[in-house]
Design a protein around this ligand. Sequence first.
Ligand code: TNX
Length: 538
Amino acid sequence: MALPGTRRRTATAALALSLLVIPTPAAATPPAATAPATSSPAPALSSVIPAPVEVTPDARQTFHLGPLTVIRTQPGSPASRQIGTHLAGELRPATGYPLPVLPIAPRALPAISLLLGANEARLGDEGYRLTVRTSGITIRANKAAGLYAGTRTLLQLLPVEIDSPTVVRRTWAVAGGGIVDFPRFTYRGAMLDEARHFHAPAEIKAYIDEISRFKINYLHLHLSDDQGWRVQIDSWPKLTQVSGGAGTGVDGVGPGFLTKAQYKDLISYAAKRFITIVPEIDMPGHVNAAQVAYPELTCDGVAPPPRTDTAVGYSSLCIGSETTYRFVEDVIRELAALTPGPYLHIGGDEARATSDADYLAFQQRVLPLVAKYGKTAYGWHDIAKSPAAANAVAQFWGTGTSEPFLVTAVAGGTKVIMSPASRSYLDMKYDPSTPLGLTWAGYIEVQTAYGWDPATRVTGIGENAILGVEAPLWSETLRNLDNIEFMAFPRLPAIAELGWSPPATHDWQSFATRLGAYGPRWTLRGVDFYRSPQVVWS
Ligand code: TNX
């Protein structure tokens, strides 16, 4: 698909950008406002993914987005203005309309209003109330994140051609009625593995754009593993000089790393889409790339050979060495300083080359280091074996439905993010014919990805212990953005719906129908999605 910034700006959109003044009816008619050539019905309010909490259609009302429509933002709110500007940028290419963004709505002009101060407790920080009348559309929220979520819904209420990169002449109807919506869980994540094959900033941004449409609010980046180290650390520069360079990654064809400037730019790009980035440095296992760069991180001081295969569980930091803790603290300190979000992920999975006693000794020292630098420790659920994980977040990645040590940790305060590998792992093949992906956790067709409940998946770990869900995408077999898109879509929206929508809305037939209608949007945006035979695609 097209990467952000590479999309050609149409002449009409350029004209629209130069028209950012209050238009008078005569002056505002842009070239695209000639007679519409098509007019298919507006999508139903109930077609949205993830399914909203309450939907109340009103057949007497229909809004038409037109050449005179303005986007009205909350006076005095830079956040509302930014969301309005973002929305206008998304609506201009297909409509060709100027869509000026203004803190007031000139009387008699139809408006999409983005207003704060909803004063509705149940909407929380991310909820919104969207009302569509013939006279205008209003999205109200308590916080900016809710306004943004409302705009994600609005995009899906416009006809699919709204995702065309060039002007489409048609009417832009939005079905009348109301939506009240807020998330079930506060954490709705996606994970991208930067280590096995590096994915460049433009690809990460393209993925952010797509996941944010489904109200995903965290992006976890797996930044180090046996095959590569992918983020600049000033105090240990060889990590990226040696293990981020040519020949690294699976089959030696996944080189690259994020400079701190690129990483900060990604953080702000994500923040404009209300996504928080969670950095992960995997340890004490999955550290071969670090040890190639710094042999003093092994117990015998001998550098291991670089690895470009996909084996797991063979490397370990030297648990008894003080150099290990100097390294770990430096990395945590530098990453914490870069990170505005609350979480720092310290891996902790598949430490098969670390003895149980060493694993506990390591976590006893490292978990408190994350807190020392002001962050909440987050790790694969193996970390919950440590008593020091009481204030940590554990990411369940098992394939089963029972994990007694995790239940014990939860009783002590540990919170859980659900990523059951046999349901939410986007790198598993859909079926035996899928050209990409792995199979160790089973085949995951769309219905399998959708068909579970985070609060009943693991015995003894219920709704109150769960912060949310995350869909990991490991990249052993994924080299480029098309590969990422093919594995993520349409399963990512399934996980997003499990994280956002109330259990009462959970219904496979409804979800499959909504996905089928969504397909043309991906096609228009150039997203290479998997046309699952379980779905009837429009
Ligand atoms: C297991 S799940 C891993 C990763 C692999 C992945 C491939 C987990 C915490 N670790 O090292 O990339 O399987 O699916």
